[in-house]
Design a protein around this ligand. Structure first.
Ligand code: FES
Length: 261
């Protein structure tokens, strides 16, 4: 584990602001937001873009090359095309001096996991023994089944949500070469009877980033594959950016293909 190194004075940086620094032969970016300081590697994990040249928006820095965003507090990759976190370093301020202790990529996540495990162990040790019989607040089996039923995929005529999602797997993101369903881009599927045995297919789709250049192509391809399904009339694709897409919306298959564990 490296030691803390003094890297700057608090007055060196405006608020909000960012500054490129070299610390122990590592190029990092120091940020100041809301009176707090954060430090991450100056490396976008997508293709090495310089994060110090990106636009800062609250606690998110956008890579100037293809728009991937990272959380400056944790280094977490927030949007595509980045899928791997960048290293986030430990920062402390003493008087007017800012110190940084460098971490390796993934070290913060390991520290947080260890802390959570330790906290759970403390809570488990302090918890009273479990009571026999029904647990207060637990859903009874009938209610649980009813709740499951309300979550059933929608269906209309011979069409079903499952069939639509299966068909949408033919639409492949041109940058990541993974289908849009496994990427977690399909937020909602609605099937609405439209007369003459036709069904309107309404899709709510998100993008890996608001600036995603593949957006128009993904919309057009989705409309094309769905309109070929028997019984489908209109296909409406609505782009939804709230909640924003994050890499954890991907299926395990997609994560495996991208080498994320
Ligand atoms: S290099 Fe940063 S998004 Fe591509």
């Amino acid at each position: 584990m490296s030691d803390f190194v003094r890297i700057a004075k608090t007055t060196d940086l405006s608020d909000p602001g960012q500054m490129l620094l070299e610390v122990e032969e590592r190029i990092v970016v120091l940020f100041r937001v809301g009176g707090e300081f954060f430090c991450i590697d100056d490396v976008c994990t997508h293709d090495g873009g310089p994060l110090s040249e990106g636009r800062l928006d609250n606690h998110a820095i956008a890579c100037p090359r293809h728009g991937a965003k990272f959380d400056i507090r944790t280094g977490k990759a927030l949007t595509m095309p980045a899928t791997v976190d960048t290293a986030a370093h430990e920062v402390k301020v003493e008087a007017d001096d800012i110190f940084v202790r460098l971490r390796e990529p993934g070290e913060l996540a390991r520290e947080q996991k260890t802390n959570v495990t330790a906290a759970k162990a403390v809570v488990a040790a302090a918890a009273p023994p479990k009571a026999e019989g029904p647990i207060e607040g637990a859903m009874n089996p009938m209610a649980a089944q009813a709740s499951e039923l309300t979550k059933q995929p929608v269906a209309c005529g011979n069409l079903s949500e499952d069939l639509v999602r299966e068909e949408l797997k033919k639409v492949i993101d041109p940058e990541l070469f993974i289908n849009i369903v496994d990427l977690g881009l399909i937020y909602n599927v609605d099937l609405v009877p439209a007369g003459e045995d036709k069904t309107t297919c309404k899709i709510e789709m998100t993008m890996t980033s608001p600036m995603c250049p593949a957006g128009p192509q993904l919309i057009a391809n989705s409309k094309q594959v769905l309109s070929q399904l028997p019984g489908v009339g209109n296909v409406e694709v609505k782009i939804v950016l709230d909640p924003p897409w994050t890499p954890d919306k991907m299926t395990q298959d997609a994560r495996d293909q991208l080498g994320i564990f």
